[in-house]
Design a protein around this ligand. Structure first.
Ligand SMILES: *[C@@H]1O[C@H](CO)[C@@H](O)[C@H](O)[C@H]1NC(C)=O
Ligand SMILES: *[C@@H]1O[C@H](CO)[C@@H](O)[C@H](O)[C@H]1NC(C)=O
Ligand SMILES: *[C@@H]1O[C@H](CO)[C@@H](O)[C@H](O)[C@H]1NC(C)=O
Ligand SMILES: *[C@@H]1O[C@H](CO)[C@@H](O)[C@H](O)[C@H]1NC(C)=O
Ligand SMILES: *[C@@H]1O[C@H](CO)[C@@H](O)[C@H](O)[C@H]1NC(C)=O
Ligand SMILES: *[C@@H]1O[C@H](CO)[C@@H](O)[C@H](O)[C@H]1NC(C)=O
Ligand SMILES: *[C@@H]1O[C@H](CO)[C@@H](O)[C@H](O)[C@H]1NC(C)=O
Ligand SMILES: *[C@@H]1O[C@H](CO)[C@@H](O)[C@H](O)[C@H]1NC(C)=O
Ligand SMILES: *[C@@H]1O[C@H](CO)[C@@H](O)[C@H](O)[C@H]1NC(C)=O
Ligand SMILES: *[C@@H]1O[C@H](CO)[C@@H](O)[C@H](O)[C@H]1NC(C)=O
Ligand SMILES: *[C@@H]1O[C@H](CO)[C@@H](O)[C@H](O)[C@H]1NC(C)=O
Ligand SMILES: *[C@@H]1O[C@H](CO)[C@@H](O)[C@H](O)[C@H]1NC(C)=O
Ligand SMILES: [Ca+2]
Length: 383
């Protein structure tokens, strides 16, 4: 037991170091160009042959080096194109989340290509494609939950093109670039919130200079979401404070699609007890003007919240109370109506700082006692 506590303590102490460690992947953005390429620096696309190697990566099939694919240099995946890299997973993390970019292919018939990009590690895979409608930059950031691994295990990240054969004749897929692998720790619980990630601070890594957030798609498997403790319905945008109006902390969710889209979580609550759900609703400071509506559901309680947005980053505090009618209580925030900003791009309400608390009887006190006894225990162990 003491050993477990010690390792826990060590982890807590080591965490800042781990968190600031560099990307786990080598040459994640292909800024180290393939070796032996013959073409000059101004050639937009160089198809790679057996004489070439990409530092850090292995490739197979039709693969080209793009020198202007979007945010710098990238790899264009053609027919059967595939790149892969083995990395060492660490047991300091619960699971891993990958952020990467997609840009339209370069060359004839590429920009209309309906090709998918298949991102996989052993045992899991997910398909991505260019949406081309949520931003003005020609590249988009996407992200993917990659699961967790045991102690010092090596794992193989594979990115390959996958063509929709019933569709076009295209011979090229999109340009992939900037792979950032982020290790995520186990959920952290705080005394003043039943939800561990109510402020959406635990999610995929933002790219240094992406101004358009990260597009999150409906999760096929809710336990494999990139947003800790939440899952995505439809399409939402994970937005950062550097480029958007974020009500609390460094990150928030903008529900950019009205398809309907949104986020949800399921919490184990005390059946019959009363709870309060508070959250902040806002606009992302992306010139989204008009009436924003969020449909909030907690158990069987449903309430619509509206705010008039002038698109400059306004915030509204919202709250509702409900009685837990079953022990597994769904909580969700949904947008049914798509808005457009000044650049005619889809936009919508921002959700942040979701706080769930039990309001009836003793629970708060129990939590406090639990925390205190934990502290006392830790203290004793240290002694
Ligand atoms: C570069 O090309 C030459 C001749 O094609 C080959 O011998 C050499 O191994 C290649 N170098 C690398 C790093 O691929
Ligand atoms: C490339 O893929 C082909 C077909 O899948 C396979 O036969 C070949 O061994 C692969 N080459 C490498 C170097 O992995
Ligand atoms: C992001 O950074 C890359 C490389 O540093 C640069 O080429 C690209 O133009 C930048 N993109 C934006 C949107 O600033
Ligand atoms: C790519 O995968 C193959 C096995 O499929 C492996 O042998 C190779 O080392 C991997 N490449 C890198 C750079 O990890
Ligand atoms: C592009 O598409 C057109 C018509 O579908 C076709 O004639 C042409 O050969 C294609 N080009 C390439 C490079 O595949
Ligand atoms: C993605 O590719 C892997 C093999 O690399 C394959 O097993 C998987 O079925 C593919 N995923 C999808 C969704 O097609
Ligand atoms: C493949 O393309 C066809 C026609 O463009 C489309 O109807 C279908 O949904 C596509 N398949 C997938 C998996 O997207
Ligand atoms: C696809 O390519 C074949 C042969 O290259 C051609 O006959 C056909 O018209 C093309 N189809 C489309 C949709 O471009
Ligand atoms: C992001 O930019 C900072 C400086 O602006 C740099 O130190 C850091 O290495 C960059 N991170 C990545 C992942 O490129
Ligand atoms: C909330 O808004 C949706 C969509 O506008 C509507 O269908 C629903 O009836 C509203 N629900 C409540 C409880 O007002
Ligand atoms: C929302 O509530 C917080 C504290 O709960 C308060 O500091 C803030 O001023 C409120 N914001 C608005 C717009 O009412
Ligand atoms: C969606 O927004 C538009 C424009 O603001 C409005 O006309 C329409 O009534 C809204 N629809 C719903 C379901 O709220
Ligand atoms: Ca936040």
């Amino acid at each position: 037991m003491a050993a477990v506590m010690l390792s826990l303590l060590l982890r807590l102490v080591l965490f800042p170091l781990m968190a600031s460690a560099a990307d786990l992947l080598r040459n994640p953005d292909f800024e180290s160009p393939p070796l032996n390429i013959t073409a000059g620096p101004n050639t937009p696309l160089v198809q790679l042959t057996k004489a070439n190697t990409i530092p850090g990566w292995t490739f197979n099939g039709t693969v080209s080096y793009a020198t202007s694919g979007g945010n710098g240099h990238g790899i264009q995946l053609g027919r059967d194109g595939k790149i892969n890299q083995t990395f060492r997973a660490s047991d300091n993390f619960y699971y891993y989340v990958l952020t990467f970019t997609l840009a339209p292919g370069i060359g004839d018939n590429c920009s209309q290509s309906t090709a998918f990009v298949n991102v996989s590690v052993p045992g899991s895979s997910r398909l991505f494609y260019l949406k081309n409608r949520y931003g003005k930059e020609k590249w988009e950031s996407h992200s993917c939950h990659l699961g967790g691994w045991g102690v010092s295990e090596f794992d193989n990240l594979v990115i390959r093109s996958q063509f929709n054969h019933s569709g076009s004749n295209a011979t090229c897929g999109p340009v992939v670039d900037t792979f950032i692998l982020k290790g995520i720790e186990t959920p952290k619980y705080f005394e003043d919130n039943i939800l561990p990630n109510g402020g959406f601070e635990v999610g995929p890594a933002f790219l240094n200079n992406s101004t358009e957030g990260i597009l999150l798609d409906e999760d096929p498997d809710e336990s494999w979401s990139v947003l800790q403790d939440w899952s995505v319905m439809g399409t939402v945008k994970y937005i950062d404070r550097k480029h958007y109006g974020v009500p609390q902390g460094q990150a928030a969710i903008e529900i950019v699609s009205g398809a309907p889209s949104g986020i949800k979580t399921v919490q184990r609550l005390q059946q019959g007890a009363d709870y309060s759900l508070t959250f902040m609703m806002g606009d992302a400071k992306d010139s989204c003007v008009g009436e924003l509506i969020v449909w909030a559901q907690a158990g069987n309680t449903i309430q619509n919240f509206t705010m008039r947005s002038d698109g400059t980053g306004s915030v509204r505090n919202c709250s509702l109370t409900f009685k837990a009618d079953s022990s597994l209580t769904p909580i969700s925030f949904v947008n049914f109506n798509e808005s457009r900003n000044r650049e005619l791009l889809p936009c919508g309400p921002v959700i942040d700082d979701v706080v769930l608390l039990r309001t009836s009887a003793s629970e708060g006190i129990q939590r406090k006692q639990f925390t205190i006894s934990c502290f006392v225990f830790l203290f004793l162990v240290i002694l």
